[in-house]
Design a protein around this ligand. Structure first.
Ligand code: FES
Ligand code: MG
Length: 581
């Protein structure tokens, strides 16, 4: 038996010669596991989000195989287990609706099973926060392995980016500039290999966040899914997690307040997704780190965006990897004293700075120098005002500079169906200066806060050549989307927020420079209108249907709080539960 420095958690299953030890070992042995595997080897869980319904994670069995090789080689024993897989592209009403469900699955699977550490296989948008949230509540030694992005999409000899091109081309079709035949051809060329969206959408953003937080080995974010080095990365992660057991390198030693501050700064530098604001808050809440919207202003706002990737810029994740990947960005930030905590610990036992100090940078067009950024004023713009008392979010790098200070008259949609029914009405009273307002699309109102905030523009304005308008909602938007879009308005209309009070023709002022979102009405008028509208009635009716949806509506927190369930916030540890027999 291997002499270990500490008693393994898994020994509470496999380490006794009594009735219970017999049971725990005997049933496992039906898989052909010899007795010596139970003699004190660290048992490493591989938490897998593989699913054929999550195409972005459909190659994860192969990744798991390489993680297993690394674990076995290092003297551990791997046990792969499935958890709920949040597939962004198929799940309705939105994969966000089940992010918290998956996190509960992860938390209970880790705590209730014999494992000493866990590797999280994540990819498609919500799988990363879901698994990190569940693992953070347990706080075992934990290491993230992302599945990697798809190869660049190709259409008519040009590169096209996941998601981003969908928004672009569907507007081209609506404006009459693209044929249906070409549109279908682009569909076939966009997703042509295993992997996650190849833009700096939410999946790539969260893979970067996992790396910036220190929860993965270097280069987690960018190695393409089908590049052999992705499998080498998985193998090395398997090696490392076994050492982490002996070092007792728990997630809470990595996921510190400092780690989140680094991540916020990195999100600005990469032009990351607005969804990261919600997810980082939820992960921080689980591990017990205080984080609020104003941290995004204080730490991130004004940081130059230096990664020139779609949707903010030009390139895709393949170029990002070939240019040096996230280590190159971290190095560039740190050398300019723009990484707040370069000495923060990462899962390989070294600091962030130690990992990137000699990281090569191969392409200054993709990872631009700080004195020639894609956008000088990156980061998230956090807005407040009588229309968003608890905050709202706008991503400057994806917005039109000319619209970031704007006053316009509201065109109001009660919900997404109302928007769809009305937006292309030739008689709709709307012009390029109008502000499109949509409500009842927040966490409670839409059951998961769908990514409908980047409302497509009215056809008649598209035909006139209008390319952007100010849009405001309590929804989210895909990380692959762009535009001058105010999102995550909190509280949402369905929770009694002031969005419910807006009417067609009201004047609204957006002032990103001063972080202000103002409805030009008196407080008394807003309150009087809210009394009339009783916006929560609809969600109360739906809640009585029961099921997970009822749990969701009754317990989901607002966007500024990360949309976790109120009862899931916090670290509960991984103390071994009582025996079942
Ligand atoms: Fe899965 Fe974009 S849809 S990563
Ligand atoms: Mg997405």
């Amino acid at each position: 038996m291997t002499q270990r420095k500490r008693t393994l958690r898994s020994a509470q299953w496999f380490g006794t010669a009594d009735k219970n030890g017999f049971m725990y070992r005997s049933w496992m042995k039906n898989q052909g596991i010899p007795d010596h595997e139970f003699q004190g080897k660290p048992i490493i869980g591989i938490c897998n989000t593989w699913s054929e319904l999550t195409p972005c994670n459909a190659h994860f069995r192969r990744i798991a195989d390489h993680v297993k090789k690394g674990i076995l080689e290092a003297g551990g024993y791997p046990v792969e287990f499935p958890v709920f897989s949040n597939g962004e592209s198929n799940l309705r009403p939105t994969a966000m609706f089940t992010r918290n469900l998956a996190s509960m699955d992860v938390e209970e699977a880790i705590r209730g099973n014999p494992m000493d550490a866990v590797v999280l296989l994540v990819g498609c948008d919500k799988t990363t926060p879901a698994l990190l949230m569940g693992a953070a509540s347990c706080d075992l030694p934990t290491l993230v392995v992302s599945g990697g992005p798809m190869l660049n999409g190709k259409h008519q000899g040009k590169d096209i980016g996941s998601g981003t091109v969908v928004w672009q081309l569907s507007e081209e079709v609506k404006a009459g500039r693209m044929s249906m035949h070409d549109f279908m051809a682009a569909e076939a060329g966009m997703s042509r290999s295993a992997g996650t969206c190849n833009t700096m959408g939410t999946a790539s953003t969260m893979a970067c966040m996992a790396e910036a937080l220190g929860t993965s080995l270097p280069h987690n974010a960018a190695i393409p899914a089908v590049d052999s080095r992705r499998y080498v990365f998985a193998h090395l992660s398997g090696n490392r997690i076994v050492e982490m057991v002996d070092e007792d390198l728990k997630l809470s030693k990595v996921l510190t307040r400092e780690a989140f501050e680094n991540a916020i700064r990195v999100n600005a530098a990469i032009g990351g997704s607005t969804n990261a604001v919600v997810h980082l808050k939820a992960i921080a809440g689980r591990i017990g780190v205080e984080l609020d919207l104003d941290d995004w202003t204080r730490i991130g706002r004004g940081t130059p965006t230096i990664v020139d990737l779609q949707p903010s810029g030009r390139f895709l994740m393949e170029e990002f990897y070939y240019a040096g990947g996230l280590p190159a960005v971290l190095r560039r930030l740190a050398e300019a004293n723009l990484l707040p905590h370069p000495d923060n610990l990462t899962v390989n036992g070294r600091t962030l700075w130690e990992n990137v100090a000699s990281a090569p940078i191969y392409n200054d067009e993709v990872i631009r120098p700080l004195d020639n950024p894609l956008r000088q004023d990156g980061g998230m713009c956090i807005l407040r005002g009588n229309l968003a008392p608890r905050g709202a979010v706008l991503k400057p790098s994806a917005a039109s500079p000319g619209l970031m200070q704007h006053r316009g008259r509201a065109v109001v949609f009660n919900d997404f169906d109302h928007y769809k029914a009305r937006i292309n009405d030739p008689d709709l009273d709307v012009d390029a200066d109008s502000i499109l307002v949509m409500r009842n699309c927040g966490p409670r109102g839409y059951h998961g806060m769908a990514e409908v905030g980047n409302m497509g523009l009215p056809s008649k304005l598209l035909a006139q050549g209008v390319t952007d308008m100010v849009r405001i909602s309590d929804a989210r938007m895909s990380g692959t989307a762009y535009g001058t879009v105010v999102l995550h308005v909190a509280p949402e209309a369905a929770a009694g927020g002031p969005l419910a009070a807006v009417r067609d023709g009201d004047w609204i002022e957006l002032d990103c420079g001063n972080g202000r979102l103002h409805l030009e009405l008196s407080d008394e008028e807003i309150q009087a209108r809210l009394q009339e509208s009783d916006p929560t009635a609809a969600s109360r009716r739906i809640a009585s249907d029961g099921g997970y949806r009822q749990l969701y509506i009754e317990h989901v927190l607002q966007a500024d709080e990360g949309c976790d369930f109120d009862f899931l916030v916090g670290r509960r540890g991984a103390e071994v539960p009582r025996h079942s027999h």
